[in-house]
Design a protein around this ligand. Structure first.
Ligand code: HEM
Length: 327
């Protein structure tokens, strides 16, 4: 079966784990790693030293209650960063004059807002007006990855919150109908390589998709999909548009089973499966399927990079006192 690992890969795993450890040490010592100019690992050291700990404790206790929310937090960070940069714009509520990002169809199934609110509330009690909502989202995603069994990594902080959140901007989120070359283009425009895009897509090791996100694949026979898996998806869709299908066989565990599923033609989204059929991405899928340590290493690097997208610093943004409203 494709699901077996070969022993030379175990050796490679060990080597890469060593590299990972080395990098974590560098990050742990407080060096800036791929950070935007004003972001720093120790940004809140003097102004709100327990911010990281509060986020971690809040995330851990929420995920203890409901492990499926890890997926929600990671996806929330992605949807925040891809629209207007990582500036908490995804959290802003619509008003009578403005329909905000979160009410876009692409964001209606986002989950985990209450975890961000809980962390923010506690942080505001300790150090009012200091820690941005954008940083809380980024830290929460990082903690969710680790909680679910993924890599541990530190992130630079100091993002400011944005003041713009418009539904029309969400057109720039990738659709599940895109193929590998369209995804390469879209992520390339944000400075990501094809390999980084495949690594980030590995976030689909967690969570679910609703039938409405993949039902179009079931209309015509899709040769990239395993026939019995097509039946599984059809069965799910018999429960209606909102029926949920796990994106990989281990929906609450951060592992490389997502890539195994792609090799087995059991990717849920067309966009996911196209990574295995696409000539520029299939090799990366095979590499991550064989070597989980390599996936973890590339994933955490790509997440740090994503967390720096169009970050607002200084007076370009603010620290919202309520994550759902501009000040
Ligand atoms: C490569 C392009 C991507 C496309 C086309 C895409 C599309 C989607 C779609 C359609 C869903 C299901 C939504 C639903 O049916 O409710 C989903 C779920 C999810 N996405 Fe992506 N996504 C992409 C990349 C990413 C990235 C880069 C991340 C994070 C780093 C991410 C994290 C997630 C997670 C964790 C879920 C599960 C959410 C949950 O269970 O609540 N995705 N994605």
């Amino acid at each position: 079966m494709l699901f077996m690992r070969s022993s030379p890969m175990v050796i490679a795993d060990v080597l890469i784990s060593g590299l990972l450890l080395m990098e974590m040490t560098i990050v742990g010592l407080g060096f800036r790693f791929g950070g935007a100019d004003g972001l720093r690992m120790d940004y809140y050291l003097m102004t709100c030293p327990f911010a990281e700990q509060i986020v971690k404790t809040t995330v851990n206790s929420a995920l203890q209650e409901d492990p499926t929310l890890a997926a929600g937090l990671i996806r929330m960070h992605f949807h925040d960063c891809f629209i207007e940069g990582c500036d908490g714009s995804v959290l802003i509520n619509s008003t009578k004059d403005n329909t905000a990002e979160r009410d876009s169809p692409a964001n209606l199934s986002l989950r985990g807002y209450e975890i961000i609110d809980d962390a923010k509330e506690e942080i505001e009690q300790q150090c009012p007006g200091v820690v941005s909502c954008a940083d809380i989202v980024a830290m929460a995603a990082r903690d969710a990855v680790f909680w679910a069994g993924g890599p541990v990594y530190d992130i630079p902080k100091g993002r400011k919150d944005g003041r713009r959140s418009r539904i029309e901007d969400t057109i720039n989120l990738p659709a599940p109908t895109l193929n590998a070359s369209q995804l390469i283009d879209m992520f390339g425009k944000r400075g990501f390589t094809a390999q980084e895009m495949v690594a980030l897509s590995g976030a689909h090791t967690l969570g679910v998709a609703r039938c409405s996100s993949f039902k179009q694949r079931l209309n015509d026979a899709d040769p990239s999909m395993d026939a019995s898996f097509a039946k599984t998806l059809s069965r799910t869709c018999s429960g209606g548009d909102n029926a949920e299908q796990p994106l990989d066989p281990t929906r609450t565990t951060f592992d490389n089973a997502y890539y195994w599923a792609l090799q087995a033609k059991a990717g849920v989204l067309f966009s996911d499966q196209s990574l295995f059929t696409g000539p520029r991405t299939s090799g990366v899928v095979n590499g991550y399927a064989m070597n989980q340590a390599m996936f973890f290493f590339d994933f955490q690097r790509a997440m740090i990079k994503m967390g720096n997208l169009d970050v607002k610093e200084g007076s370009k943004g603010e620290v919202r006192s309520n994550c759902h409203r501009v000040n």
